[in-house]
Design a protein around this ligand. Sequence first.
Ligand SMILES: [Fe+2]
Ligand SMILES: [Fe+2]
Length: 295
Amino acid sequence: MTDARSDKGRASEPVAFGRRREDRQGRSVRIAAVGDFHCGENDGGMYREAFARANDEADILLLAGDLTRRGTPAEIAVVCGELMDVRIPILAVLGNHDHESGQPEKVNDALRARGVHLLDEAPFELNEHVGFAGVKGFMGGFGRYTLTAFGEGETKAFVNTTLDEVQKLEYSLRRLSTPTRVVLLHYAPIMDTVMGEPEQIFPFLGNDRLLEPIDRFGAAVVFHGHAHHGTFSGKTPAGVPVFNVSMVRVREDTGAELYYVHEIEIPENSGRAEQEPEPGVETPTAAERAGAGSA
Ligand SMILES: [Fe+2]
Ligand SMILES: [Fe+2]
């Protein structure tokens, strides 16, 4: 699978995987999504067959973070083994558990070596119609009770971590040229899908600052994890469907063995959209475009 890794600090182009599933005339895309399966060192074989079924049931597999318990090299090796038979593209963001051992780069390296595309590094275009953007996200709370960057430096650093994630998501969505955009997160962007968890921990389950780019770019659907005991589905203020695909929710609320499959219909007139200009980059005029050579 294409390695979309960017040089450190330099954004890479969105990856175009090419058309798939032409047997359905490309009029829909089926997305399998799950997070929070928390593989331990002794879990080898637990999910391998179920993941392999995604080859027939979906066009692409999304992993919404917390793939491991503590983010150790041994655990991520188990995860890669579980994904061994998956032949459709796999996209992932990490979760907080994948950071626990302080080695997220080793986790990322192992996933890249398996061919998993890390959305935190670059967006991904499945075909000319549907593209994917994603970040881990962070916590901070919802609505009028969202933590603000006021007071101690530690508080500002905490809030700025979320703001950095929001900016990365915005940039990633902007770079997609597909008319349909799908978002993958670990933390929740709305309060609806954390309902069911103890109210006291809502601020640690997500942050609705992530909503702004999601609604502004008109995402088709959002998937996240982290809130194991939250609610399976909700909507953003602009009406974008949001699914909490932590494994416990998928199993209990859909009856599926491992992942939720969501189908996106592609409109008849769907075609590649005009990519939004990079900030600070002038957009060529139509005349300049027409006269552009291939050099
Ligand atoms: Fe989790
Ligand atoms: Fe988590």
